[in-house]
Design a protein around this ligand. Structure first.
Ligand code: PLP
Length: 361
């Protein structure tokens, strides 16, 4: 088979387009630790404007962006409320605790990623020497591709503020949320983006996911907070020099790759529709650009291996995850569906007696 690979492991696997590379080559550069890189400054101004914040800071990764945000909000001995399955709690090496001396208070999330308002309220500690100081609520949008309802974001952030907490958004894929919300409401994604970000003190946005830049994120927020984050970024080793080369890619992505996220969402639906009804597999969720499937008991790793042989890449252990992005097209999705179908049609993998695994993974 000479077919090009269909890499659905993540939206981080995209390669910079020729036009993006050209923008990178042409970017005026300087030493950003001296504050001299015009392209970094332009990117920071642009993303601050888009998110409706006073200032922004270019970061090498989303992990560092979230950590700098948490460290800017919280002192040593503070705690932040966060979902049990949230990226900042679960997938960032425990950085808030390890490097920030910030205690996480993880809370149960429902199937849509929401923490109940009752749980949130109960987790806010009174001012008492026994307790860490609860000073921040961190939410994530999208979460597992799911867009958080505006009404929930409003209620949760209002609750936090009533108790004197600040509110941070891990908006690694907030552009996907904005584009999906706009499609739903028949509005402009950038208007929806502002609606979302207006509910948060600080927002971290990834350029390296669906937006298609090779590297980078930004933390956006009030100027004083961003100054604190700037100090944390330096301490964490994130002071970069001629980083305008990378900022140029991010700036290009903001100008050219936001509205097109809608195509990734259409492709995710195309994939989910194609997979529906294949015996041995069930689509658990398909939101924005991410599709999760449950696979007949014990078949996931064999399915992954089969897909890989047919040049389709996905991730998963018990179930599978597929992520669409600007380097896959409808033909690639149709090939992936056909490949899954072939796996379950072969006798060895017949699913007639197999159980579907329903648990979380
Ligand atoms: C990818 C991601 C991050 C940051 O990841 P990096 O790989 O450090 O850039 C943070 N939060 C969420 C929800 C993410 O998906």
């Amino acid at each position: 088979m000479t077919m090009e690979k269909v890499d659905l492991r993540s939206d981080t696997v995209t390669l910079p387009t020729p036009a993006m590379r050209e923008a990178m080559l042409k970017a005026p550069l300087g030493d950003d630790v001296f504050g001299d890189d015009p392209t970094v400054l332009a990117l920071q101004d642009r993303i601050a404007e888009l998110t409706g914040k006073e200032a922004a800071l270019f970061m090498p990764t989303g992990t560092q962006s979230n950590l700098c945000g948490l460290m800017a909000h919280c002192q040593r001995g503070d705690e932040y409320l966060v979902g049990q399955h949230a990226h900042t709690y679960r997938y960032e090496g425990g950085g808030a605790a390890v490097l920030g001396s910030i205690q996480p208070q993880p809370l149960t999330q429902d199937a849509h990623g929401l923490i109940s308002l009752t749980d949130l309220a109960l987790a806010i500690k009174p001012d008492d020497a026994h307790f860490a100081r609860t000073s921040l609520l961190a939410l994530e949008n999208t979460w597992n591709g799911k867009r958080m309802p505006m009404s929930y974001l409003q209620q949760a952030s209002q609750l936090a503020r009533e108790h004197g907490l600040a509110v941070h958004l891990d908006g690694a894929r907030v552009m996907n949320a904005a584009v999906d919300q706009a499609a739903n409401n028949g509005t402009d994604p950038l208007v929806e983006l502002r609606q979302i970000t207006s509910l948060f003190d600080s927002v971290s946005v990834c350029f390296s996911k669906g937006l298609g830049a090779p590297v980078g994120s930004a933390l956006c927020g009030p100027r004083a907070l961003i100054q604190k984050a700037h100090r944390a970024r330096k301490m964490l080793g994130g002071g970069m020099r001629q980083s305008g080369l990378l900022a140029a890619a991010a700036l290009y992505a903001l100008n050219h790759h936001v509205a097109r996220l809608a195509q990734d969402h259409v492709l995710a639906q195309r994939l989910a529709t194609g997979l529906q009804g294949i015996p041995g597999l069930s689509v658990r969720s398909a939101d924005t650009n991410i599709v999760f499937v449950d696979v007949a008991h014990g078949k996931a790793s064999a399915l992954l291996a089969h897909l890989q042989q047919e040049h389709v890449l996905a991730t998963g252990m018990i179930g599978l995850r597929f992520v669409t992005h600007l380097d896959v097209d409808a033909a690639g999705i149709d090939h992936a569906v056909a490949s899954v179908r072939r796996f379950f049609q072969s006798d060895a993998n017949g699913a007639s007696t197999a159980q579907l695994h329903g648990g979380p993974y």
